[in-house]
Ligand binder design. Structure first.
Ligand code: CAA
Length: 467
């Protein structure tokens, strides 16, 4: 067996940890995805108007299409749409749901929880008052909000003793100024997760590694409609935070005896797939290169890497600290192009980005869109251990793991590729008017969906189900 088998082919298996087997497992039972019906291709009119080589966008950034919300859509309508689909798929009734936690950084109100608007919309389907015994709260922590919500809700689900389930909703519109470097990473969409005991899809292993540091990489001051982003700095903050959270996870998993690498092994060998937050698809390549480089160093396999890309630069060989840093960064770029890394990347990470290439960034839901990508492409199997690496600007990261459950294939598919294929292309001029809030009439009149109907003189938002 190749020494790389752990990171290129089948992951190493290990006994499901006691934390999962002793108590009832808690985790993700089902997942639903809502993506707006409009899209803008980044090649063609968009690339020409911005003076950008299309190859930079499709290869350098990894994006082909961006989802564009229509005039009647916002984070609340998209959340209601993904929740409605989840309830219908899993045959859930309002009284089955104990809590709805919403992760968003596209809040529609400074005080009122987005989930209350969502409940208002769902009650138009299920009846007035049907959700009154269900509580809801909004989690704001940039793109990690949904994952923080998931962690918190798992503890509640574990303690719940009346058979109720929890829902986590991610819903966001990723929006940057027109013609900025962030513009071609925009997107919009919502993902809902059903959390319960003995889940059909993924049982979480109860190990969370975190990292937090005060940063100015990306933020949206009060009242602003687009994010302020320090682009390259944001990439570096993401990598630092992910590494920190990964190290914390690995140490905890080892302490608990869940993942105990033997000689010649490292923690990444124990994962079948690694899902990272996807602000744009190339970012997960940078993230996985950093993680694999860090964990492979010192193992026997590193000799094979060195045969391909040479030995790591040493401080003593450089004339200054700056020269050493530049040499190290150049070496990491060579590692990211090495066959060994690319094989591991293709086998364990690339497939998580399939939907993001066609949707763009959906902020808090991106990592779970990655999970949907794996599921819809039939890339997971029972017993697989998945690693989730969530990132939120500002900045924090949270790394956790889960085991694919034996009944995962009994969960119906979602037909997401076909739905993405049947979207309508929005002309550039209309996209720009929608972006600037200048288009009051919807491009596609809403039908069989929730829509924002009016914002009244007090600022209260009125939503309705459009037949
Ligand atoms: N053909 C092929 N590739 C090309 C090319 C061409 N003609 N021209 C350039 N490229 C490649 C570059 O070489 C580079 O790839 P490598 O890193 O492999 O060299 C890649 O395209 C990106 O190009 P740039 O380095 O010029 O980057 P940019 O100026 O386009 O900025 C960005 C990229 C910083 C991500 C910017 O889009 C941005 O600010 N985005 C918003 C912030 C963001 O997403 N940050 C990510 C971390 S923060 C986070 O994760 C939270 C969140 O969701 C926002």
């Amino acid at each position: 067996m190749s020494r790389f088998s752990g990171d290129t082919a089948t992951a190493k298996t290990s006994q499901p940890p006691e934390t999962v087997s002793r108590r009832e497992a808690v985790g993700i039972d089902d997942i639903s995805v809502y993506i707006p019906k409009l899209y803008l291709p980044v090649t063609g009119e968009f690339a020409t108007s911005r003076g950008i080589d299309p190859a930079k966008l499709t290869r350098g950034i990894g994006i082909e299409r961006m989802a564009v919300p229509d005039a009647h859509e916002d984070a609340a309508t998209m959340a209601a749409m993904s929740l409605l689909e989840l309830m219908r798929r899993s045959d859930l009734k309002p009284e089955d749901i104990g809590k709805i936690y919403v992760g968003t950084e596209s809040a529609v109100d400074e005080a009122k929880a987005l989930g209350t608007y969502v409940i208002g919309m769902l009650e138009q389907i299920y009846g007035a008052g049907s959700f009154q015994d269900c509580s809801t709260v909004e989690f704001k922590s940039a793109c990690i909000g949904t994952t923080q919500a998931l962690e918190a809700l798992c503890y509640w689900v574990a303690a719940e003793d009346e058979g109720k389930v929890g829902i986590v909703i991610a819903s966001d519109v990723a929006k940057y100024p027109l013609r900025s470097a962030g513009e071609y990473t925009q997107g919009a969409g919502s993902v809902s997760l059903l959390l319960k005991k003995n889940p059909r899809l993924i049982a979480l292993e109860g190990i969370f590694g975190s990292f937090t540091r005060d940063e100015n990489d990306f933020f949206r001051p009060m009242g602003a409609t687009t994010a302020v982003v320090n682009g390259k700095h944001s990439n570096q903050c993401y990598l630092d935070a992910m590494q920190g959270a990964f190290d914390a996870f690995a140490a905890k998993a080892k302490r608990k005896g869940t993942i105990v690498p033997q000689d010649g092994e490292c923690v990444t060998d124990f994962f079948s797939h690694l899902l990272f937050h996807i602000p744009y698809p190339r970012m997960v390549e940078y993230a996985s290169a950093a993680i694999f480089e860090h964990y492979w160093q010192g193992l026997a396999r590193w000799k094979e890497v060195e045969t391909e890309i040479g030995a790591e630069p040493k401080a003593g060989d450089c004339e200054s600290a700056d020269q050493f840093l530049a040499a190290k960064s150049d070496y990491s770029r060579r590692f990211a192009k090495s066959k060994h890394f690319l094989d591991a990347f293709k086998s364990k990470v690339l497939d998580t980005t399939a939907f993001s290439r066609l949707v763009g960034n959906i902020y808090t839901g991106s990592i779970y869109l990655g999970l949907a990508s794996l599921i819809e492409q039939e890339r997971i199997k029972s017993g697989d251990r998945l690693c989730f690496g969530a990132y939120g600007s500002g900045c924090s990261a949270l790394v956790f793991s889960g085991l694919v459950q034996p009944k995962f294939a009994s969960v119906p598919k979602r037909d997401i590729f076909r739905r993405l294929d049947s979207r309508t292309l929005v002309p550039l001029a209309d996209y720009e008017r929608l972006h600037e809030g200048l288009k009051e009439k919807s491009i596609i009149a809403p039908s069989q969906e929730f829509a924002l109907i009016e914002i009244d003189h007090q600022g209260y938002r009125h939503y309705g189900w459009m037949c």
